[in-house]
Ligand binder design. Sequence first.
Ligand code: F58
Length: 797
Amino acid sequence: MNMQTAVVPEQLRQKILDHLTYAQGKDISHASIYDWRMAVSLSLRDMIVDPWFNATRQIYEKHGKRVYYLSMEFLIGRLIEDAVTNLGVGDALDAILADYNVKLNDVIENEPDAALGNGGLGRLAACFLESMSTLGCPAYGYGIRYDFGLFAQRFEGGRQVEMPEDWLMHPNPWEFVRPESQYTIPFKGYVSVENGKSVWHASEAVLARAYDMPIIGWNAEWANTLRLWGALPTKLLDLDRFNSGDYTAAAAPEALARTLSRVLYPEDTTENGKELRLKQEFFLTSAALQDIIRRFLSEFDDLALLPEKVAIQMNDTHPALAGPELIRLLVDEHDMAWETAKDIATRCLSYTNHTLLPEALERWSTWLLGRVLPRHMQIIERIDAEHKKESGRPDTVGIVMNDEVRMGELAFIMAHRVNGVSALHTDLMRETVFADLNKLHPNRIVNETNGVTPRRWLKYTNPSLSNVITDVVGSGWEADLDKLADLAPLAGNTGLQKRVMASKQENKERLAEWVKGHMGIEIDPAAMFDVQVKRIHEYKRQHLNLFETIYRWNEIRKNPTAGWTPRVKFFGGKAAPGYFMAKQIIRLINDVAEVINNDPVTKDFLKVVYPPNYNVSMAEKLIPAADLSEQISTSGKEASGTGNMKFTMNGALTIGTLDGANVEIREHVGAENFFLFGMTAQEAGECARTPDHARNAIGKSQALRDVLQIIAEGTFNRAEPGRYYDIVDNIWNHDPFLVASDFEDYLAAQADVDAAYRDRSRWAEMAILNIASSGFFSSDRTIRGYMADVWDAKSLL
Ligand code: F58
């Protein structure tokens, strides 16, 4: 059914007015924008429920295989956007709301972002949910319903300050609470053996309660469920203890439950081994598995069939307790033999790795894991011992080593497929972290290059470009992104170039207005918009970009009439609260912006804009307005990147290294339409091992010496000259991410960018070729890959 034609606007209007009256208890004259938002959301939700029921019914009727995507993070952003786009009701809503002097955009902006994730890993999970629904893949997302999502970021004196993100302050109109789907999640205690069976006597427990959100696919043809678990105490109060006067102990069960699903851990790429984090991971995993088994048994009687009917994806190692937990449930609670249970678990499970950075690979001390999950510790040790015996493997690949449980090894051994997220990353997985395991299990590692949903990241965020695309390639590209290839033969056509650039201009003007209104900075929409948005991390090298900015500023000052190509440099992103260096980089960007934006000499050629609190919604404003996309990580460090794909789809050109999915982007768009610089992963590896690599590189670069000198002199922080000593010292003496060694090449590539931008027609042609080649980066392609190579699942559409 095509909702675009099926929706009768008058029915929608009536629904909205009814919800305003009966759900919000408001009449039109008193309704606030919040009331309108709730009424609109509930009306859209009504429209989603029918396709959702249909999908569920079909899954039950066909007894097909179901996919379960377990993830500690789902960075969904605003759900109203998916609903409006995929139901095709944008124009109708616009018109209806206009009758009451309400703007659809204001309604949308009123919804808080569901920021239940840190960055790429969580956003990928959200794109996957949408694609699985679009493709009719019978799937469930399982996650945690954190009360507080990723912290909100403010700048105070240029410094990042974190504030709680209270997205559930108001009721969430998209969710359905399911008090009947509730499971006990045990912790701690001890294990005894009774009649030859292991019995876990837990000393703590919480309840996991399900909250369901329907995830609608394109054209409303299918909807899957995202089931988020909230923690509840098993009993509200320990009455005996309360009556005996021990009030603190009496409230303990409640305190544990309240903290469990309270807040998302804000670390990216580092783990800090907190007990609460381990409990959260088990909470998600156990609740999901108990739910999966319950659903399976409601349909089939023989648990031996589980691998035919159930595929469980572990999104990174965070749910890697799924292996031991599934074995525990099968053996301890369903009386299955150990070997059978282990075999079944392995055939159900698969694992996606998202990073090779050693500091990001999860490890738990055996002491902590044994204390919090004593039964799982036993199971893990047995898995490890058996794997060692069966494979005759070298000692280097143990799960338990040096009093630590290595979750990557556990996930690998308990999975029948392990995947990387770009071709390069998968190759490096085979060659480095999992080299030994790959030899023992040669066909287990596969590649599934990431993708992003074009419904949100093109159709919704860039309506003007979407219209141009539809005019040229016809309708239907939203669910068949390879159709964009039809733009390629017309890349040289001046008419198309004008239209594509006019759309870009419109987006840039809208962003410029936002920047003026929200940040008070005046920027010229005719300038090149150069954007780097992502988590702040040394390996992503925002400081490389910033050093180039300082160099550029200094050069303009020396020679203001040299015919500079005007640029606005946008930065966006949050740092982990405990990551000192990343926070220093944030502060330096803000200090540099302050000086540059107030310099009368350079004001027509350079501005620096760092909007606080970068999130999904901010990405949606920035990406469609970008001319240049900065993807400049040290080669070998960025597993894939997904922002890079969104920019390409929206017609920004990339300046980037041969890292992650940049490699594939460059292959698709063509080397001549991509600004490449820097060392390869192999060269970077060698460089990092060379003593004094940074000093050597600095010795060869007058430009970099100047930049470091300008910073060290306190140019951007007159009040406190030593403020950035750490950054300068780090580059001179350590520079683990090779900023110095790639600097000159980066400058050269940036000069090429300037030159290219001056030839407007050539730039337009390159932009069109980027858009035309982005079909491969649809998450639909990625999900088809998982369905075929990993899950063996079939579409029901
Ligand atoms: C990201 N990882 C990768 N981790 O860095 C990026 O290259 C890739 O495109 C993306 O995954 C999707 O595959 C990432 O975002 C986290 O945020 C974790 C959160 C929890 C703690 C460890 C890092």
